[in-house]
Design a protein around this ligand. Structure first.
Ligand SMILES: C[S@@+](CC[C@H](N)C(=O)[O-])C[C@H]1O[C@@H](n2cnc3c(N)ncnc32)[C@H](O)[C@@H]1O
Length: 168
């Protein structure tokens, strides 16, 4: 599932409200198509931590020439470790492209818990997927999503979800 450029530019980047974020995390950046779109929507002094489990894809990411990007090879379940190791604060936005429907439910729940533990108060968790598995895992933790919609501009269409972590 590779997101199309129209979905990335209008749907994902807009829903994540990246322009106001100082620290952004991308989980499952793959070969970096999404990463490049996220960087284009971010402020000049913001940072993006891209956490990819596949070492080959991580090497491709590390080749993206943008000094706001930190490419980290590891699992999203260890997000707190990735942030600490790279000296980054709690993220304002976490964007996930992880295919939750293709992993055991316990692993998916561990990713969601890692996001909940890492997000800054008032932060956003943004996830896109073909299936609704991420919503079934995240709603018990974050409550109902603020945004839950189909992105018909993507081929095939993708579901896009946004959860807010309360500021208090
Ligand atoms: C559908 S691809 C994302 C495609 C990407 N948006 C792009 O533009 O190329 C999902 C990615 O999630 C990664 N992934 C799966 N489980 C992961 C985990 N636990 N931690 C980090 N990355 C993971 C996979 O290796 C894969 O690269």
């Amino acid at each position: 599932m590779i997101p199309s450029s129209r979905f990335l530019e209008a749907g994902l980047v807009g829903a994540a409200d990246l322009a106001s974020a100082a620290t952004v995390v991308e989980l499952g950046p793959g070969s970096g198509g999404t990463t490049t779109a996220l960087l284009a929507g971010m402020a000049a002094d913001a940072r993006l931590l891209a956490v990819e489990i596949n070492p080959h894809l991580h090497r491709l990411l590390a080749g993206i020439d943008d000094n706001r990007l930190v490419a980290h090879c590891g699992s999203a379940t260890a997000l707190d470790h990735a942030l600490r190791e790279n000296g980054l604060p709690a993220p304002d936005v976490v964007v996930s492209g992880i295919p939750f429907s293709r992993m055991p439910a316990d692993d998916g729940r561990a990713v969601i818990e890692a996001v909940r533990g890492a997000l800054a108060p008032g932060g956003r968790f943004v996830a896109y997927q073909l299936s609704d598995r991420v919503a079934r895992l995240a709603t018990p933790v974050f409550g109902a999503p603020r945004i839950a919609r189909w992105e018909w501009r993507n081929i095939p269409p993708l579901r896009l979800y946004v959860w807010d972590r309360p500021a208090g």
